[in-house]
Ligand binder design. Sequence first.
Ligand code: GCU
Length: 354
Amino acid sequence: MRFFPELMKLNDGTPVDTPQKMELRKKEILEIFQKYAYGDMPAPVPVTGKILEETGRCCSGTAVYYKIEITCDFGNGRHFSYPVQLIVPEKAGKKPLLLCVNFDDAIPHEYIPSEEVVDNAFALAVLYFKDVTNDDPDFTDKLAAFYPRTGSGHDPAKISLWAWSASRALDYLLTRDDIDEGHVGVIGHSRLGKTALWCAANDIRFRYVCSNDSGCMGAAYARSWVEGAESTASIAKVFPYWFCENFQAVANDPAAMPFDQHMLLAAIAPRYLLVNSASKDAWAGPASEQDACVGASPAWQVYERKTGYQGKSTYYDANEGNIKGELGYYKRYGVHFLGRKDWLNFMEFINNHY
Ligand code: GCU
């Protein structure tokens, strides 16, 4: 029997058996992940958005495409800007929005079936992560330059910076009158699935979140690591800059880590989280992702009428899962990829709870 850090107890040992106590627990959890995993989540700054391009020739003319420049104001004349692309279905009224942090600025892209999203009546915003800060150890480039390293051990690492930029994009998007501010989701794949989870854990305006094949330091338990999957020791060595310095001290010994990933998932309760895995994606540890859903579920159950994870505790086969509860899990057939089926699942999951 492995030892998992206790989810349903406050740091002082008090059992978490009410929504109020869960709210306190979530604060503690965010502090733990800031200190030992992703580094600090910077405070918001004022944001403006400027439309650079606009065209109605999008998705066969059923949607309007906007290219928007998001500008973050750091005071004293210091600004940082990055583009966000937005596609809004033509129909009148406010539309639910899915914000995707992606690996590319092209849309459509193999990971973004934009026409499918629009056909399902969702608006779609896309943020290209390298426009915010490069995927490398350089902490002097772009947004990273605004957060010089202090040596605290928990300076904002790259995952925090990408997550923060998604929240700032949302600051602007919510000022628009075509977006339904009560129905906004964030989705990301792989390293950007880790980013989507961390973003939603910190930003309750994201009512829905989908982590796709997010794996190690995403939705997968570190302690139920299996042969063939990525370990925390490996990720800390190969991608140290995704995490804060303190992570290096705990990553080699998961048993001693002050967290595991069921706690990150739980920080999203009682909102709506879909964990997507893929059957041929052993590196992301599908079984450990499903296990973490089981482990996180009690966080939902302290809230009235919330059930959390309604799926099985034995492992799903390909193209199986359960997306009925507020915490859904689905294992798609296929490889490490963010595909049409993953998006359709996310939209179906949202519609189950809309
Ligand atoms: C690597 C890394 C994973 C990550 C993935 C990706 O495989 O080890 O942790 O999720 O890249 O982002 O595609």
